[in-house]
Design a binder for this molecule. Sequence first.
Ligand code: 3HC
Ligand code: NAI
Length: 703
Amino acid sequence: MIKVDYLTRGRVAVVAFQSPPVNSLGFTLRQGLLAALERAEQDTAIDSVVLMGSNTTFSAGADIREFGSAEMLRGPSLATLNTCLEGMSKPVVAAIEGMALGGGLELALSCHHRVALASAKIGLPEVKLGLLPGAGGTQRLPRLIGIEAAINVMLAGEPLAVGLFAKSSLFDQVVEADLLAAASSVAEASAAAVKSGKPLPQARDLKVREPDLQALCQFARNTAKTALKEYPAPLAIIDAVQFGVEKSFDAGLLEERRLFEQLMNSPVSKALRHVFFAERAASRIDGLPADTKPREIRQVAVIGAGTMGTGITINFLNAGISVRLLEVGKEVLDRGVARIREVYEGQLKKGKLDAAKLAARMDLLQPVLEYPAIADVDLVIEAVFEEMSVKEKVFRTLDATIKRGAILATNTSTLDVDQIAAFTARPQDVIGLHFFSPANVMRLLEVVRGAKTAPDVLATAMMLAKKIKKTAVVSGVCDGFIGNRMIHRYSAQAMQMVDEGASPEQVDRAVEKFGFAMGPFRMGDLAGNDIGWLIRKRKYAEGSLVERQVIADKICELGRFGQKTGAGWYDYKKGDRTAYPSPVVAGVIDEARKAAGRPLRKLDDREIVDRLVYALVNEGARILEEKIAQRTSDIDVVYLMGYGFPVWRGGPIHYAESQTLYEVARRMRAFAALPGADAEFWQPAALIDKLAAEVRSFNGGAA
Ligand code: 3HC
Ligand code: NAI
């Protein structure tokens, strides 16, 4: 419930506000706060005010859900509220516990005094939403902590411990406990000072000294341009600070407002706000009974100490959960344990981990060779070879040995989770946990919901994901789940363009310029081209893949598996990850094109990018139609977290919507008409055509 309480403590008014869960400053709260301040101004029974959150936190800032809506424009705005606060004739003290972020911190900066609990954190994270602090933060913070420090706080956007600022003018006091008592004493002392004729301290009156403002700002700009070149907010932050210091506080406020509105309407901020909510929505599971309780997970077993098994194990060790790692033989088990130790030793060398933590984590690891040794665990994650017969043996053994009620998970990337579940007499306990490689680094986890997976198993998987710091997305069962099913279409399109006349380098360059971390061919070389080759060979044999990928197969037949073999789509030099164009690959491509006898054409970057991205979008739409994904934003999260899609473009579906679905469908039809095109591939999913015709977006809103 949103409310603002007005209590008194002697001659101090305590204005305690809440808007759960994070006290975001939406219209109703802003209105309540202004009313409380006006009341305090008139109240002859009080001389000062303490402003605090009533639910163990101050405020996480403006209500992001309001952005772009009429509510956001309804007065009082946060800026108006802050001006009123600053202009009060009675001192106002912000009492900060929990978090004071964004507009929440700006509210506190407008108070005459600030007292914080030592455990509290402050920050201006607007930059992460593609914005600048828009309620005076760019003007007040530099005056309170200095220009350079303020720019650093705003560009980092991270919550920071208040202790870092204990010596600046930001806080009157930082206390370990009794926040309200400390804030009330500061309020009383300030009221006494006012009575004796002292003016109220205001951040706007503080002088900022910077011998070479121009040089400092230019340096900050150059750094921001290199590190964050696609993001306009960092430069706007520096501009607003410089403007206010050179001109005046009030001129700075106006400039800040102008830049804030400009950024609010920018595609980058829209994308980043979409990502903020998308990441949070992903953890919600549709149709789960509200009283579903996750199962308790204290002991985990991982089967298979290969690439994935060791990476998965590290996640749990990092979270303080003990793992029994099971392998078929001692030698391969020892190798897996050594690999885990190596990862930790690497972190030790880089100073990311100390020796005590390394030892504690390794102590949580128990290598085992027999199933009885894992019989009592609460969760098993299987990461053995990607062959159904091997998985079958493992799951039948698990069913026979592991205690009832344990969750049996598979990390398969292509096999049917329902078929795997059917190897057991407890399919309700079976789930897919599809980690991405390297599993200890990649944040994405696809949680694969089998036809019979029990609700509490799903809820447990989502809870565990949070514990091991993964962003989990629920997927239904299909070939490749959400991510790999889509990437398959994307890779097929990349290959198709090479057949038509583009070079791997040109394809990679175009899509990297668009913002992908890595183009499809460089990505193949990094992940290992043999993985896809093995899958293709299986599918050729099954007959589920008829058309041969002649060039990709030939590259693998030549042993060019990628970086690990020193050659793939590109050539590599020892100890150097730079991808050098390969004359051998050029020869293979040339030969294949000649054999196919098709005319070659020049493809421009726009066509390359659109064909790759719209291949993803079309498959994404089909995935939605089939209800494999719960919501459109989940597809974006998969691509942002697992496949290097540029975050500032918001994910493939958000990007497609920003281009309008009509335009997307029109381009697809144009690609279908290209010589030699696969018309079925480019038939827009029925959902895209339907939404385009109704001028609607995937989420139901107007396009
Ligand atoms: N507005 C609206 N909702 C918010 C919010 C905000 N500022 N901050 C968090 N929420 C919501 C989340 O969407 C989530 O909702 P859900 O439960 O329905 O999914 C809920 O609060 C809890 O959030 P988290 O799951 O993120 O909880 P955590 O405890 O992990 O993190 C947090 C808490 C650190 C506060 C984190 O939510 C966060 O970083 N929030 C954003 C803070 C921010 O960016 N503030 C600046 C806003 S812009 C601004 O102030 C403009 C001003 O300068 C004019
Ligand atoms: P890997 O070949 O590196 O490791 C597999 C390990 O399983 C080997 O150490 C092997 O000795 C062990 N093993 C085989 N049969 C076993 C059995 N019956 N009992 C115990 N251990 C056994 O393979 P990788 O890459 O780790 O893949 C494992 C699984 O993870 C596969 O299902 C794969 O599809 C999936 N996966 C792989 C990804 C990748 O990028 N490598 C990404 C996501 C999922």
